[in-house]
Write a protein that binds this ligand. Structure first.
Ligand SMILES: *Cc1c(COP(=O)(O)O)cnc(C)c1O
Length: 505
């Protein structure tokens, strides 16, 4: 069942399994299927479906070449015992949000996506991807039988990918992160990772530098040939992999089902989702859910001070030539939002030539979409952003108003929800909470006006004491774990590091 092809051309058609195994298309495009939305998810009886059932339905629809048994096994392995909540992604009530736009609008909720093993939302996808990957096989003659996952991370992807792929059969994983630009907790999460197939390395540069270098590594034919001779093929665990995108579609349905069960909405009611966004993966999954039939009123893109998406969605010009800000929400500090390419593909009605042209222009600095396309995009996506003071104020406001602690990424969503008026048909507004506040204890405690000791773990204690909440054990226990990875390389040393890591497989 060859249903996937690149956003930039239709010449090569792949099955979902092949698309997941490869990660990114050879022409630099992302894999998409023109069948998206042709079969819908049955909304009848949605209220009675649990996360596992929804996951089987959504994955089965979007990845048609996996058998029902394979999908069921992947879902059980990924979520059966790894998430500290029966709902997997529980929805909680808010009393309100700050800001004008809240007056008289639909009630607000938070969906907590961070109950997985690394306390960030990326676990939802990265507990699934290795299981999906394990059920692909090298069927082409002479194809490599081992996969080396190579990933650049702005903080959370790295640990979630490591946790998902550590000791996964037939796979190795190499993670690069920008030196000094992730939180202490994030760095320790990665540098203490166990597993025989695991390599972690800091890079002198920022996330975009590291991500661009990883793209070059994937495009390096010489390196690919040398690795192939050793039986190793490179692949990606970044959110461009369809195997990461598809699991995220599930929780939009799960949120809707929970709201139905709690009597907060009626079948057919439209719901708005406000999503803290960097690479556009999480919010794109919401668009996929809408295409699969979920009644979505509007998808609101919430950015931090790196507001390139806000500018694009309001003007139609995407310009990556701008200052890069290091903020308290590092996982959203992104200038090149990769998954936007898939959104452009779908809203331009599958015009590969247009997408390829825009991406060529982006490589040179900026592009502009036609007014007609911009109007279509704006009909689906709203947007807003928060600067650093607004993020801190949002954390404080949410605590004071709701007695509910949020991390700086979630705080961008909370702030933006208060700024953007609710769609007229929205019956509920859901902010996606993408990380536990304890992943960023310094920023959170500081926002509450608490004294922050120099050490992040002492900071966690301060936060626990002041709020009566408890840090996830997997975070508070990190400081007792031995550091296993301490390599640092320059950008141009990353290819060599991957080759060494592959040699150990
Ligand atoms: C990755 C991440 C985001 C951004 O998600 P995208 O899919 O890249 O838009 C937001 N918050 C946290 C905590 C993250 O780890």
């Amino acid at each position: 069942m060859a249903t996937y092809h690149s956003t930039r051309s239709r010449t090569a058609q792949l099955s979902a399994k092949e698309a997941i195994r490869r990660g990114i298309a050879p022409d630099g495009g992302l894999y998409v299927s023109d069948e998206l939305g042709q079969s819908k998810i049955d909304l009848e009886g949605l209220a009675n479906k649990d996360y596992f059932e929804l996951a089987r339905e959504v994955l089965g629809t979007l990845l048609p070449d996996y058998t029902a048994d394979e999908i069921a096994a992947c879902v059980d392995e990924a979520y059966g015992s790894t998430f500290a909540s029966d709902e997997v992604t529980p929805v909680v009530d808010l009393k309100g949000v700050a800001g004008e736009a809240d007056q008289g609008s639909a009630p607000a909720y938070v969906m907590e996506l961070w109950h997985g093993p690394t306390s960030a939302f990326k676990d939802v996808a990265l507990q699934m991807l290795p299981r999906l990957m394990a059920r692909t096989s090298a069927n082409a003659e002479g194809a490599a039988d081992k996969i080396m996952i190579v990933t650049a991370t702005s903080g959370d992807t790295g640990k979630a990918a490591l946790a998902g792929f550590a000791d996964a059969p037939g796979c190795g994983i190499t993670v690069f992160y920008p030196e000094g630009k992730v939180s202490r907790v994030q760095e320790l999460q990665m540098s203490t990772q166990e597993g025989a197939n695991v390599s972690v390395c800091a890079v002198r540069g920022n996330f975009d530098d590291a991500q661009s270098a990883v793209k070059c590594i994937f495009a390096d034919r010489g390196l690919a040939d040398r690795l192939a001779a050793a039986g190793v093929q490179l692949s990606s665990a970044n959110s461009i992999n369809v195997g990461r995108l598809v699991p995220q579609v599930v929780y939009y349905f799960a949120a809707y089902a929970q709201l139905l069960r709690a009597g907060k909405i009626q079948p057919g009611d439209a719901v708005e989702f406000c999503v803290p966004t960097g690479n556009f993966g999480d919010i794109l999954a919401g668009y996929y859910a809408q295409r699969l039939g979920l009644p979505v009123a509007k998808l609101i893109v919430a950015s931090d001070k790196n507001n390139v998406l806000f500018d694009f969605l309001t003007t139609g010009t995407y310009d990556r030539q701008r200052p890069f800000y290091t903020t308290t929400s590092p996982s959203m500090d992104i200038l090149i939002s990769s998954n936007l390419e898939r959104m452009l593909y779908y809203l331009a009605d599958g015009d590969c030539e247009l997408v390829a042209g825009l991406m060529t222009q982006l490589a040179q600095g900026s592009y502009n979409v036609p007014a007609e396309l911009l109007a279509k995009i704006q009909a689906v996506f709203g947007c807003g952003w928060a600067d650093e003071d607004q993020v801190a104020a949002a954390i404080k406001d949410c605590w004071d108003r709701n007695g509910y602690l949020i991390d700086p990424h979630t705080a961008c969503g909370y702030h933006v929800l208060g700024q953007v008026p609710a769609a007229s048909d929205a019956k509920a507004r859901v902010v996606l909470s993408t990380a536990s506040p304890y992943k960023f204890p310094r920023a959170v405690a500081g926002s509450l006006g608490l004294f922050c000791p120099p050490d992040d773990f002492a900071c966690m204690k301060v936060l626990e004491k002041a709020t009566g909440t408890v840090a996830p054990a997997q975070l508070s226990e990190l400081q007792q774990k031995p550091v296993l990875h301490d390599a640092v390389v320059d950008i141009d040393g990353m290819g060599g590091f991957v080759e060494q890591a592959a040699a150990k497989l």
